[in-house]
Design a protein around this ligand. Structure first.
Ligand code: SF4
Ligand code: SF4
Length: 631
């Protein structure tokens, strides 16, 4: 069997077991997409990973990691204005960053076509909230597809491209975490045989492209007309279909139906299929704008219809309006409690909802057996040897009990947990410096110390830095620079030298007029403590750059180059140990293992041998093992 990376560019069609994100990547290639952009974020980073596997000569597209989601969206939009089919993808909350420009795009003639692929995250598996981006499609007049499986991802993506090109408008493609990561046998068609044509086709006559008061209404009118054209497509597309796994006969004298999209619709199909109950399902793939006539017909054909959707009651509100406008008396059943507005709706929860709605037709799911010995809860934590741990250990020693600490998005946000407990506030990418600045206003008694990673600094942190520098806010910023975008899987970070030229941070801060500016290796704990104390004593904006490479990446890269690479692990010398176990209590590397008798040892397989813990032991009992096991 061919390797998946070969599959990706195989010009012939194939059937193989692939995840939803891979199906999306192949669909981009097959549709003739010329420009693809992203800012990494779960649940979509595997799309980028797949596209990056395509070797240079076989690349029919330009791909870039952009500085942030807004930039990524604008680059893709610019390409489409020039006549090239483009795609941008990012995680759910990335849309908040991109929204300022995204809201304008459906007003414009995007002549090349453009797909905005959203990785929504019901259940907040890897996001700071579980926002429902279906609202954005309504707010911006952008059509939306919602595939439920990897196969649908492939098929609907191509349909979305055709629609986008025909109407010269962006189309939103909403994949939830489950769909991104699900795997199934996917059949793909032949790749686009057309050679890449890079002729720039921008023509201002296709505009107007400048929204001023005079043009706003014509632009909005055109966007609304396009949306009505899409509604007609939604009325007839096979992506919106009635499924009847057990026929549509009445059950106890009532005709029952379900309307849903994406995972809830697939879960309903599975549960209803297995139940032998004759409940019909109107499954929507092109879910915005809703096909009004089709929904009205479906409602009219049933006595009771349950609206199944994750998160907010978006479809519910619109379907109730359709029923009202059509004068229908169908009982529209919905979720009934707050808890049901949260999290993913997989088969088990869907069965519970069906049983709650129609107790004469469905039994609630059996209670899950409680495991005899439940696994102890495990909080996410920084890797062994992580420079952030070393930095937080050092910074803790500089902080006062009254200090306020504000963290940003990235691996360092895990520092809010014991024993570091650093980073008491966290909103969004790039917020820390500005939020910290606000907390510092007229606040001479409680020093504010903020943190940001290098990737986030360039993503959305710089405007906050400029603001703090210009107003000389009395806030300390510690830049935790690990040289990569670690938390989402080590995508290349801007300015690290992996993409384009290096962007050194020190001259950047100097150019902004930052008066207090220091640099240190995050492993130099005593020096870092002293610098942060100095920064806290400085009246006004002060910046400390604490640098150390991501050790997970460093170890992996070193082993790629030299499979035998291994730094000798650290050992806790029990003869020297004074049993206060300061290392475990205050440094808490996951390599430390506590035995039942309270003894601490260092797990040789987990320890990467960086030695950053050794500084924490007051009696120097953490010592490096020499080859052969001797200390
Ligand atoms: S991935 Fe890198 S930066 Fe993130 S916790 Fe692990 S070592 Fe630290
Ligand atoms: S125990 Fe090992 S991995 Fe952990 S900090 Fe010490 S040297 Fe690094």
């Amino acid at each position: 069997m061919a390797k998946l990376k070969d599959r990706l560019v195989d010009p012939a069609g194939w059937t193989d077991l692939v995840m939803g994100n891979w199906a999306a990547a192949r669909a981009m290639i097959d549709s003739g997409t010329r420009v693809v952009t992203t800012f990494p974020g779960s649940p979509t980073p595997e799309i980028a990973a797949a596209l990056e596997l395509v070797p240079g000569p076989a690349r029919t597209f330009y791909f870039e990691y952009s500085t942030n989601e807004k930039v990524a969206l604008e680059v893709a939009a610019g390409a489409s204005l020039n006549g090239h089919l483009s795609a941008v993808f990012f995680k759910s909350v990335g849309l908040n960053v991109a929204s300022d420009s995204m809201i304008q795009l459906p007003l414009m003639q995007l002549i090349g076509g453009m797909i905005v692929l959203l990785g929504d995250d019901p259940g907040a598996n890897s996001s700071q909230n579980e926002q429902d981006n279906r609202w954005f499609s309504r707010m911006s007049y952008m059509p939306m597809f919602e595939p439920a499986t990897p196969q649908e991802t492939y098929d609907m993506y191509k349909e979305a491209v055709a629609l986008s090109r025909r109407l010269a408008m962006p189309v939103a493609f909403r994949m939830t975490t489950h769909v991104c990561h699900a795997r199934e046998l996917v059949t793909v068609g032949a790749a686009d045989p057309a050679p890449a044509d890079w002729t720039p086709r921008f023509d201002a006559a296709n505009g107007p492209y400048v929204p001023i008061t005079k043009t706003v209404f014509p632009l909005k009118r055109r966007a609304l007309e396009k949306l009505e054209a899409v509604r007609e497509v939604a009325e007839s597309t096979p992506s919106n279909a009635v499924l009847a796994p057990n026929g549509g006969a009445p059950w106890n004298g009532k005709r029952l139906g379900v309307v849903g999209a994406a995972l809830p619709a697939m879960a309903a199909l599975e549960v209803i299929g297995a139940s032998a109950r004759p409940v019909e399902i109107l499954k929507l793939g092109l879910s915005h704008p809703l096909p009004r006539r089709r929904i009205a017909e479906f409602l009219a054909a049933h006595d009771e219809v349950l609206v199944l959707e994750e998160l907010d009651p978006v479809m519910e509100t619109e379907i109730k309006a359709i029923a009202w406008d059509a004068g229908l008396e169908t009982a529209i059943r919905t979720r009934t409690c707050r808890e049901q507005l949260m999290g993913e709706l997989g088969p088990r929860r869907v069965l519970a909802l069906l049983a709650e709605t129609w107790p004469d037709a469905f039994d609630p799911p059996a209670a899950l057996a409680t495991p005899a010995a439940p696994a102890p809860p495990r909080l996410p934590q920084m890797c062994p040897g992580c420079g952030h741990r070393s930095a937080f250990h050092a910074i803790q020693a500089a902080l006062e009990a009254s200090s306020i600490t504000v963290a940003d998005i990235g691996c360092h946000s895990l520092g809010f947990q014991p024993p570091y407990e650093v980073g008491q506030v966290l909103f969004s990418m790039g917020h820390a410096i500005s939020t910290g600045s606000g907390m510092a206003i007229r606040n001479p008694s409680r020093k504010v110390v903020t943190f940001i990673g290098d990737s986030t600094l360039l993503h959305a942190g710089l405007p906050g830095v400029i603001n703090a520098a210009v107003h000389d806010h009395d806030v300390v910023l510690v830049v935790l620079d690990n040289g990569t975008t670690a938390m989402t899987g080590h995508q290349p970070r801007f300015g690290s030298g992996e993409v384009g030229p290096k962007i050194p941070f020190k001259p950047l801060f100097e150019a902004l007029g930052v008066k207090f500016l220091r640099e240190v290796d995050a492993y130099e704990q005593a020096k870092l403590t002293a610098l942060v104390k100095e920064a806290m004593a400085h009246p006004g904006f002060a910046v400390v750059i604490a640098r150390h490479p991501c050790m997970l990446k460093f170890t992996r890269d070193s082993r790629r180059k030299n499979p035998g690479f291994r730094m000798p692990p650290i050992k806790l010398d029990q003869a020297l140990c004074d049993k206060r176990h300061v290392c475990a209590a205050e440094f808490a590397c996951p390599s430390f293992v506590r035995a039942e008798d309270g003894t601490i040892t260092v797990h040789a397989d987990l320890c990467i041998g960086d030695g950053s813990c050794a500084q924490t032991c007051p009696v120097k009992a953490l010592v490096r093992q020499r080859p052969g096991g001797a200390s």
